[in-house]
Design a protein around this ligand. Structure first.
Ligand code: SAM
Length: 198
């Protein structure tokens, strides 16, 4: 799929209201990480931020937030949400397979963005996540479980994720993944991964 196709595809979902992933509020996954103090104020990136409820919550809690999305409507909506609440974050319209940063982040909050990509792009995306994250930085991952072929959204089988986010580069949380219901009727498996120092 070309760059313009991807933008058009996601933008048309926003324009037609075909956004079945949208909770209309912050995910309980992020609220749990904040309540448990697994996530405390730091520089944090949200790739594929959608309408940005998590961007607003983190900005409100004192995080230095950068968020990217390919869909112009999503960018407009998250900027509007921040303005409405008098909050500040850096919002960037970009394709995350191309976006680079000179200043890696302490943490990344990834909520059902990898499932938006076809599996042939997953290796490139995992490399991007490493390039955006400081050594010892934390990835808060929310892997969508569709248990179905095809997509998007594509099924992020945990065995496949363990191979992709391999122990050469990532340390997986010892705790079993937490289950979070998804508005589509499916569910996410949530885990924390540490970017190993190479
Ligand atoms: C399934 S939605 C999840 C949105 C948000 N994280 C949430 O949970 O509400 C995937 C998001 O990724 C964005 N997206 C898809 N492909 C992208 C790409 N290549 N670069 C940047 N954003 C992308 C879409 O526009 C969409 O907002």
């Amino acid at each position: 799929m070309t760059k313009i196709d991807e933008e058009t595809q996601w933008e048309s979902r926003y324009k037609s209201g075909n956004t079945g992933w949208d909770r209309g509020a912050s995910s309980p996954s992020l609220i749990t990480q904040l309540d448990n103090k697994n996530l405390t104020p730091c520089s944090i990136l949200i790739p594929g931020c959608g309408r940005g409820y998590e961007v607003a919550l983190l900005a409100e809690r004192g995080f230095n937030v950068t968020a990217i999305d390919i869909a112009p409507s999503a960018i407009k909506e998250v900027k509007g949400l921040l303005a409405q609440q008098g909050l500040i974050a850096s919002i960037i319209k970009a394709n995350f397979l191309e976006w680079v940063t000179e200043k890696p982040f302490d943490a990344i909050y990834e909520q059902t963005s990898i499932c938006a990509l076809p599996p042939e792009n997953w290796e490139a995306y995992e490399k991007k996540l490493r390039s955006w994250l400081k050594p010892e930085g934390m990835l808060f991952a929310n892997f969508l479980q569709t248990d179905q072929p095809g997509g998007p959204p594509f099924h992020c089988d945990i065995g496949v994720m363990k191979k992709l986010f391999s122990s050469a580069n990532w340390e997986w949380s010892q705790k079993p993944p937490m289950r979070i219901e998804h508005p589509s009727g499916k569910h996410e498996l949530v885990t924390i991964l540490k970017h190993k120092t190479t």
